[in-house]
Design a protein around this ligand. Structure first.
Ligand SMILES: NC(=O)c1ccc[n+]([C@@H]2O[C@H](COP(=O)([O-])OP(=O)(O)OC[C@H]3O[C@@H](n4cnc5c(N)ncnc54)[C@H](O)[C@@H]3O)[C@@H](O)[C@H]2O)c1
Length: 289
């Protein structure tokens, strides 16, 4: 099977790696050549880790790496593809433009999946006219090679057969698949987690507990590997505010960012990447006590 992955960033390179580890030929496409170089290096590092931990032999890892190619030519990437997964930036116009080009070059029977975290599948597919029924949401989690879940999302016009094919593809690359049967912004996971983190932010702003104690409570009380606030710092406060603002538009006031969150963004307290967020960080990115 040939899998084309569009956008070779954090998610794209992981999805391409999953495909080759499942025995497929994968081609990663990106508009930026340096991103392809970085993706190649990241996949190499990750495969080496699999070998060190004994989960893969060196021969298997070498064969995986040999099945992965890179290109800046979209037509070449999707020609003859059985599956096309798009992991380009979370910008509606950009994704629509990309998909319009894809359907000109990809085989008519190729499975078309978008890895959007929360954009409406229906609105991305709206750019595809008669091909709108082919697009389905195939939402992997970060990092794709480690996380066990894939969320499949049906757009309003998605052909149910494509939902079944997306499920089969997720299982083929070793994931447990859940289906979001209605195209609802935030799907199941992003929607539930966004509101959980927002409640943690509200508790912090009300002085109910410290950031450390809120994160510790959620980690030890519910077996979360990371607390919602520390994970927020890792992903970026600006990214989070952008995401919940989109969910507020779709689902109403309960997703409205707090004044404190907006102030953090205005002040450049964006989390780990800016040296301060819910926590403070030193130059090496370690959290200050
Ligand atoms: N990062 C996460 O935790 C995460 C988790 C699940 C889903 N997602 C979703 O996956 C998608 C990609 O996210 P990411 O974190 O990998 O982003 P990223 O910024 O790491 O990577 C995006 C890549 O797309 C490339 N790109 C830009 N314009 C392009 C175009 N027109 N055609 C093809 N490639 C283009 C960029 O050069 C970059 O390499 C987004 O829709 C995001 O919402 C992200």
């Amino acid at each position: 099977m040939k899998v084309a992955v569009l956008g070779a960033g954090i998610m794209g390179n992981g999805i391409a790696q999953l495909a080759v580890m499942a025995g497929d030929e994968a081609v990663a496409y990106d508009v930026a050549r340096p991103q392809l170089d970085r993706a190649g290096a990241a996949v190499g590092t990750s495969l080496a880790r699999f070998v060190r931990s004994g989960k893969r032999t060196q021969e298997q890892a070498d064969a995986d790496r040999a099945r992965l190619t890179f290109t800046t030519d979209l037509a070449e990437a999707v020609a003859g593809a059985d599956v096309v997964i798009e992991a380009a930036p979370e910008i509606l116009d950009l994704k629509q433009d990309l998909w319009r080009q894809v359907v000109q070059h990809a085989p008519a029977e190729a499975l078309l999946g978008t890895n959007t975290s929360q954009l409406s599948i229906t609105s991305i597919a709206a750019a595809l006219g008669d091909d709108a029924h082919r697009l389905v949401g195939v939402h992997f989690f970060n990092p794709p090679v480690m996380m066990r879940l894939v969320e499949v999302i049906a757009g309003l016009q998605t052909d149910p057969a494509q939902v079944d094919r997306a499920k089969a593809f997720g299982e083929h690359v070793g994931k447990q698949v859940v289906v979001c049967r209605k195209d609802s912004p935030g799907f199941i996971t992003s929607r539930a987690y966004a509101i959980l983190r927002l409640e943690c932010v509200r508790m912090l702003e009300e002085g109910v507990a410290t950031a450390e104690d809120i994160d510790t409570a959620l980690k030890l009380g519910f077996n979360f590997p990371m607390g919602p606030l520390e994970l927020g710092d890792m992903n970026g406060i600006d990214t989070y505010v952008h995401a919940i603002s989109g969910l507020e538009q779709a689902h109403g006031d309960r997703f409205r960012p707090t004044v404190g969150l907006r102030n953090m963004v205005a002040a450049g307290r964006l989390g780990r990447k800016s040296g301060a967020g819910f926590y403070d960080y030193d130059e090496e990115g370690a959290r200050r006590v």
